[in-house]
Design a protein around this ligand. Structure first.
Ligand code: URA
Length: 238
């Protein structure tokens, strides 16, 4: 990683502040003065000091977890197991938090990281990050439903949703299944959208979040993002 980027991520200030630090000869790599901002360094292999103080840097971590029903999307909770409790102790780096929330009875993909700004950026409405859910409901979903969801549903309290994409998988009077893709994250949004259509959600699972896919991850398990998936985060990391 570039030295200036590393120091920025480690909290040594803006790009300009970091450049000044380097140019004022306060930064050393393995004892040698660093003279270039763009020097390639690796803090896991080299000792980097700033004004004689060793840089302590642990890279950000990113996990995809398949949340089970009954677990809450929170860092801690007095009553229920949290998604962070499902991360093994050696992987439970400080500052881990879930990006966004699923209801306690919703299953599926939760992104967990200790990168503070990322969550804010991924959830910011300007990014319109798509989320796809697999849904089961207690009644029929008719052929008119995709247009209903596409037109922007209005809740009883007046809230208007952005257009959503509905793909019906199967429909019967007892249970119907569909995929729905939304680009917002309103409270209980999917359940309320189906209620507005006239049916009740009986099972909900998030299967994608932006560029990430749940795939065949076992329920309750988690995995680190691949290098390719981390590349996909760059547009949100600024
Ligand atoms: N919409 C819901 O209603 N619940 C969730 O957990 C996620 C989206």
């Amino acid at each position: 990683m570039r030295l200036d980027k590393l120091l920025g991520q480690a909290g040594y200030g803006s790009r300009n502040q970091v450049k000044k630090l380097i140019r004022s000869h306060q930064v050393r790599v393995d004892g040698q003065l660093a003279t270039a901002d763009n020097l390639n360094v690796d803090p896991s292999l080299q000792t980097i000091t700033i004004s004689g103080k060793k840089l302590s840097y642990s890279p950000d971590v990113y996990y995809i977890l398949n949340k089970p029903n009954g677990v809450v999307s929170a860092v801690r909770d007095d009553q229920h197991q949290t998604v962070i409790d499902l991360v093994d102790a050696p992987d439970r780096k400080s500052g881990l938090y879930p990006v966004g929330r699923l209801d306690r009875d919703t299953e599926g993909l939760v992104l967990i990281t200790n990168n503070g700004p990322l969550g804010f950026r991924l959830l910011h409405p300007k990014h319109h990050v798509d989320k796809t859910y697999y849904v089961e409901v207690n009644d029929q979903i008719h052929d008119d439903a995709p247009a209903f969801f596409e037109n922007g549903i209005r809740f009883l309290d007046g809230t208007i949703c952005k257009p959503a994409k509905l793909d019906i998988i199967s429909s019967s009077p007892e249970v119907s299944c569909a995929h729905i893709t939304i680009s917002e994250g309103k409270f209980h949004q999917v359940k309320k959208m189906f209620l507005a259509y006239g049916v009740k959600v009986t099972y909900l699972k998030r299967i994608t979040f932006g560029p990430f896919q749940l795939g065949d991850l076992t329920i309750g398990d988690y995995r680190e993002l691949t290098e390719e998936e981390k590349e996909g985060l760059k547009e949100f990391l600024g």
